[in-house]
Design a protein around this ligand. Structure first.
Ligand code: ADE
Length: 264
């Protein structure tokens, strides 16, 4: 039997018909993670008064052409009241929804940082491509609603990217907290996750809804099953690990250039 490939994914059909990938949407939660890629791809910020996004939304879009691809990089922006990055599932789902509707990407790359489990082989600075995503903080102990809450799904398979770029692979578990409660911990274990973030499963939910292939590139800033307090370790490693993330995302985009979806 032939091994499963990216062309087996239902989201592949529409893009496949069109040939080479032309529009890539990068969804990134934090400004610190986004700006090096904006510079690398020489993207320009879309002026607020010409924004494709609805008035009032803090979402920010950078765009440009890079190696034959049109790249839109969207960032949910700063919380209008508190002035911090709008991290988490709500903002990620909203900006992904609006971006799919308005920008019609062929492929989504959700890039960001994540906590990693050393017991599952993650180390600081490792970059993972997530094979699966699920939520760990949506507990609904009623038959079938329980599975809906967990929202486990396979991501768009990219065996050639994994092979070519020697990225690590693992399952990603998403929740709206940086730290990990005992409830979260048992759900993450049951999701069999190697990495933990605050956006991935939400982006995947929206991408699947609109049959848009999505891949998840996550770099490890902190070891969740280690000794150090998560917030401290995250902040300590954020800048250095963001560099590793940006190198990996650039390699992924370079690989995508000129290819069609079934070649990923
Ligand atoms: N992003 C970086 N580290 C994280 C963690 N430990 N949990 C959730 N998101 C993260």
């Amino acid at each position: 039997m032939a091994p499963p490939s990216s062309s087996d994914h239902p989201a592949a059909a529409a893009v496949e018909a069109a040939g080479a990938i032309s529009k890539v949407l990068i969804v990134i939660a934090m400004q610190t993670e986004a700006l090096p890629l904006v510079n690398k791809f020489q993207l320009v910020e879309a002026p607020t008064d010409e924004s494709v996004f609805p008035k009032g939304a803090p979402w920010t879009r950078f765009h440009g052409n890079y190696k034959g691809l049109h790249i839109d990089l969207v960032w949910p922006g700063k919380d209008p009241v508190l002035g911090v990055d709008s991290v988490g599932t709500v903002s990620a789902a909203l900006v992904t929804y609006a971006s799919i509707q308005l920008l019609k990407p062929d492929l989504i790359i959700n890039a960001g940082t994540a906590g990693g489990f050393k017991a599952k082989g993650a180390g600081i600075g490792d970059v993972f491509l997530a094979t699966d995503v699920a939520f760990h903080d949506r507990r609904i102990p009623i038959p079938v609603f329980d599975s809906y809450g967990i929202g486990a799904r396979k991501t768009f398979a990219t065996p050639n990217i994994v092979k070519e770029l020697s990225l690590k692979v693992g399952k990603l578990s998403t929740g709206d907290s940086l730290d990990m409660s005992p409830h979260d911990e048992s759900a993450i274990l049951s999701n069999d996750a190697t990495i933990k973030d605050m956006e991935g499963a939400a982006v995947a939910y929206v991408a699947d809804m609109f049959s848009t292939p999505a891949i998840f590139v996550k770099a490890v800033t902190d070891i969740v099953d280690g000794e150090k307090p998560t917030a401290e370790e995250f902040l300590q490693n954020l800048i250095a690990v963001t560099m590793a993330l940006d190198v990996a995302v650039t390699k992924v985009v370079d690989f995508i250039s000129g290819k069609c979806i079934s070649e990923l």
